[in-house]
Each structure stands twice: as C-alpha cells, then as structure tokens.
Design a protein around this ligand. Structure first.
Ligand SMILES: Nc1ncnc2c1ncn2[C@@H]1O[C@H](COP(=O)(O)OP(=O)(O)OP(=O)(O)O)[C@@H](O)[C@H]1O
Ligand SMILES: [Mg+2]
Length: 261
C-alpha cells in the first residue's frame, strides 16, 4: 500500500484583511496519513476546521505551516486528480446546464466528443439525473444539485475524491441510495476518499477509519478509530452501537467544551 495523502504538522491561520489583527488560527498541527484506496471519514464539531482540511488537500488553500502531500508531491494548486464535492450547492456553474456542468472538466481537458458523451451518460445515470440534463442549477432541488456535483467530480475519474458533507441536503431514502453508490464506486475503483460528515452513523457505514477533530481554534485530530465491521455493513449490530456511542461521546465532549470556551 502506498500513501495517498499526508499532512504533517499542518497549521492554518486565516489572516484578516488589512493587517488589522484578529487573525484566526483554524488548524494547529494536523498529522494525518491516508493510504491509497482508503475510505476516510472526518467528523468534528461545527466550525472546527473540517472543510479547511479538505481545501488544503484540494489545493484551494495553502497551509501556514507544515506540509500537505498527495502521492508524495507537495500540493500547490488544484488538480484533476483530486475531485471535490463542495459543502455548498452554489459550487455549480449557474450558467451551465446539468450536462454542461458534469462535462465541464472533460471539455477543459479536450476529451474527444464521443468519449465525453459516454462518460456523461454513465455519470448522469449513476446519480439518477438523465431526465434533468438540460436544466439549469436554479431549476433543481438542493439534493439534485448535490448529485450533479457528485457526477461532475466522478466524470474526471480522479484518484482522490474529496467530499464535504455531500449528502447533508438529501432526504433519507436518496441519502441511503447515494451512500450505497459511493461505497460501490469506491470498491470498484479503489479511489482514495476523504468524506466529511456530521452524521456518525453515516461515517460508520462508510469508512475504513474515522478521524475526529477537536474544536477550534488550533484544531487537531483528537482520535482516529478503525471501523472493524465487514461490508456490507448493518446498523444496530452490537459492534456498530458500541462504536456509535464511543464516537458520540467524543464529539459531545468537544461540543460541550466549545460552549464553555
Ligand atoms: N476564508 C476564511 N477566512 C477566515 N476564517 C475562515 C475562513 N474559512 C474558514 N474560516 C474559519 O475557520 C474555522 C473552520 O472553518 P471550516 O469551514 O473549516 O469548519 P467546518 O468544520 O467545516 O464547519 P462546518 O461543520 O460548519 O462545515 C471557522 O471558525 C471559520 O470561521
Ligand atoms: Mg464545513
């Protein structure tokens, strides 16, 4: 197994414009190694810095200290080898249709038209949107927009998938179906995945390992647990419940401490 993603001593300070002070130290020393093909879930209290970690790996932000490496190379900018599904549905291009959004990266890379069309079909099918291909984002529900984002990320066949609470806006049934799809895609393609969620059950259902972050400022990884459950997984087995309760207690402790900070 080779290392896909490596964060060593990563800190991130957001500077207030104008140098007037009030900088915010979001991350303070994150060490994290993710193996190629691993499904890693990141949990943590709201505002702790989960999206920031993802944006550093994606190359949208630069670390203030430490190093972020992907397949051994320092991350300097975004690249098609890292597909991102953003927390906000506003990440779609509003002036492009569903089909144009999904094919955007393919067009940019000059993929031949016939191949583009085949990839588009496959990915629209996957997320259940073939009938909506000619609609614009403003005509879609929140859940549909998230599914377009997922199709757009997958269309580039990235080695690494970075997903920031991708199913937060979905209803329970669609969410379940999308979770199953993501596990299926992952097990077929062995992509390396970082998946952020607030949902402990979702993390246990999906992940090989789960990282729990501390609250900010200067957030760190508080603990990393392996999920010892075989796939396909079932909710409510004793092992599942035990893991759920342990993770829940860890996050609760951080959230309560945050209120007293
Ligand atoms: N561009 C920025 N400039 C200044 N502060 C920022 C910036 N981006 C994030 N922050 C701050 O850094 C902290 C971490 O933000 P981040 O979005 O990573 O949290 P999160 O864990 O993803 O939260 P949530 O669970 O609500 O999505 C927050 O306090 C946020 O206000
Ligand atoms: Mg976030």
């Amino acid at each position: 197994m080779s290392v896909a993603i490596e964060l060593a001593g990563v800190a991130k300070r957001f500077e207030r414009a104008g140098g007037a002070g009030g900088d915010y130290q979001a991350l303070g020393g994150i060490d994290l190694t993710i193996e190629e093909g691993e499904f890693f879930c990141l949990l943590g209290p709201t505002g702790c810095g989960k999206s920031t970690v993802l944006h550093l790996v994606a190359g949208f932000e630069q670390a203030s200290a430490g190093s972020v490496r992907v397949f051994g190379e320092a991350v300097e900018k975004p690249d098609a080898d890292r597909g991102v599904v953003f927390q906000t549905e506003l990440a779609l291009f509003p002036w492009l249709t569903v089909a144009e959004n999904v094919s955007f990266g393919l067009r940019m890379r000059g993929v031949p038209a016939a191949e583009q069309a085949a990839i588009l079909e496959r990915n629209l099918d996957l997320v259940g949107l073939p009938k909506h291909r000619d609609k614009f984002p403003r005509e879609l529900s929140g859940g549909m927009k998230q599914r377009v984002q997922i199709a757009r990320a997958l269309a580039n066949d990235p080695r690494i998938l970075l997903m920031d609470e991708p199913f937060g806006a979905l209803d329970a049934q669609t969410r379940r179906r999308m979770q199953e799809e993501v596990v299926r895609i992952w097990s077929e393609t062995r992509k390396t995945v970082i998946f952020i969620t607030h949902d402990i059950g979702e993390a246990i259902w999906l992940a090989d390992r789960i990282g729990v972050m501390t609250r900010g400022p200067a957030a760190r990884i508080k603990e990393i647990v392996e999920v010892p459950l075989k796939r396909p997984r079932h909710n409510m087995t004793p092992e599942y419940v035990e893991l759920y309760n342990a993770l829940s207690a860890t996050i609760q402790a951080e959230a309560e401490a945050m209120l007293n900070d």
